[in-house]
Design a protein around this ligand. Structure first.
Ligand code: PHE
Length: 467
């Protein structure tokens, strides 16, 4: 690891935002919102960001900065500083272990989707060169399904993306990727703003708005998914922000940085959704059903339509998919870094060895996921966890996003609220910020609201309640 506390104020916010903003915002949020029929799902998600996500983001960064270590060691160090004995402190670090397991599981399927962005980058180059015909627009849906069912291409792009991720993590993150994020992330935001502007001229814009923001029925599973996604999209509940927090300089205000990260992340998810739903609602109803039968496809089946209807779209389309791939890369490196840093910090492995072995194992876990989208019958219909969640890919996602992250988050929240002396948390939060009036409120949310919300949801899902 490089020397700690190396990030400048902007550097940290960008790195953390780089981890937070990724496929979760641009691919997953629109697709699960579509599957959950918008409305109340979005509302619960927004509530979860404010009441659970933001306080937990503050807690994770604070633990990392104070302890100056990655997840497992940081939790143990904080427990020790509070006065727990070495044995108790070591058991607390089980929280970090759960985080490592989550990083492992998430990265394995995340890299498969990240590979899709590379494929679509190539596809858009081809369209830009040869022309994008109305027939191409109509066949976006079937084309995507064919791609999913083609095991060879799935594994090829998954391995390509895994190689990129391992390459960057092996070289250490500080150099190139930080500088690149400073240019590429604002560019992604710029193109997204342009698309939103274009969308506002399309017929489906107001229907899209109504779809996102209305009251509708929602069940316990939907609430669990919305809350789980709040963790996923903010990279919380698994120690990624603890690890990045260990690089924050004492000049930064933690509450302010956390706020900016949460706002940016939410804004990008909502903008991407408005664009995609506008396209969906601008398409005749009959065609909509065939194009969007597989909701996980909507990012890939909507956006090319709008790009190629815009002046300059031939350039913007490939650039956009490349930038989304880059956004995914700044997330995958944080996922792998959580796993790898444990083996470096605690077991003394070299960075190269840790990256190759763990990256290789994660890649291998991703292979059955890549084949479970139609390529292999048995893997695609495997449904050990719940009805309707079929295939290795869906099950890994469901397990990690809806269970492992919320449970990890619950543990971190309880630990920060009750396992660490409040004199420590208070001082740390006021470093670089000055007196923080919302401290009491923060502890209340962390110690009471977060745990009760998560436990209540889990209880209701187990009971199979509908609301
Ligand atoms: N937050 C990332 C996204 O939205 C995914 C991620 C989850 C990254 C957990 C790191 C840790 O795409």
């Amino acid at each position: 690891m490089a020397k700690r506390g190396a990030f400048g104020r902007m550097g940290f916010v960008l790195a953390a935002a780089g981890s937070a903003v990724g496929l979760g915002n641009i691919w997953k949020f629109p697709y699960i919102t579509y599957a959950n029929e918008g409305g109340s799902f979005v509302l619960v998600y927004l509530l979860a960001i404010v009441a659970i996500g933001a306080p937990l983001m503050i807690a994770e960064i604070l633990i990392g900065r104070r302890a100056q270590r990655s997840a497992v060691g940081a939790v143990a160090a904080m427990a020790q500083a509070t006065g727990f004995g070495p044995r108790a402190s070591r058991s607390f670090s089980g929280i970090g272990w759960l985080g490592i397991a989550s990083g492992f599981v998430i990265l394995s399927f995340y890299s498969v989707v990240a590979g899709w962005t590379l494929y679509y980058f190539g596809k858009c180059l081809w369209w830009s060169w040869h022309g994008f015909s109305p027939a191409d627009a109509q066949s976006l849906g079937p084309m995507f399904s064919d791609f999913l069912a083609d095991g060879r291409r799935q594994i090829f792009f998954h391995s390509l993306f895994s190689a990129f991720t391992m390459g960057v993590v092996m070289l250490g993150i500080e150099g190139g990727i930080e500088k690149a994020s400073k240019i590429l992330m604002p560019l992604l935001f710029g193109i997204l703003s342009l698309l939103l502007l274009a969308a506002s001229q399309w017929d489906g814009f107001s229907a899209a708005w109504r779809f996102l923001f209305h009251f509708g029925p929602i069940n316990a599973e939907g609430i669990l998914e919305a809350v789980g996604h709040a963790f996923f999209t903010l990279s919380l509940g698994m120690g990624a922000m603890i690890t990045y927090g260990s690089y924050v300089s004492p000049k930064s205000s933690i509450p302010r940085s956390a706020l900016v990260i949460c706002l940016l992340d939410t804004l990008i998810a909502l903008m991407a959704s408005m664009v995609m739903f506008t396209i969906i609602f601008s398409i005749p109803e009959a065609e909509r059903a065939t194009s969007f039968s597989k909701s996980a496809s909507i990012m890939f089946t909507t956006l090319p339509r709008m790009f190629y209807a815009l002046p300059g779209g031939v350039v913007l389309a490939p650039v956009f998919f490349l930038l989304v791939g880059f956004g995914a890369l700044t997330s995958t490196i944080s996922l792998l870094e959580v796993v790898v840093s444990y083996f470096i910090d605690e077991l003394g492995w070299s960075r190269k060895k840790a990256t190759l072995i763990m990256g290789g194992l994660i890649f291998a876990t991703g292979v059955p996921a890549a084949l479970s989208l139609g390529a292999h019958g048995g893997l695609s219909s495997w449904a050990p966890l719940r009805e309707g969640t079929a295939g290795v890919f869906d099950n890994l996602d469901y397990l990690a996003s809806n269970w492992m992250l919320p449970i990890g988050g619950l543990c971190i929240a309880l630990f920060a609220a009750f396992g660490v002396k409040s004199s420590i948390t208070r001082t740390e939060l006021e470093v670089g910020h000055g007196p923080w009036r919302a401290y009491g409120m923060w502890r209340l949310l962390l110690g009471l609201a977060t745990p009760s919300a998560i436990l209540w949801i889990v209880w209701n899902v187990i009971q199979g309640h509908r609301f």
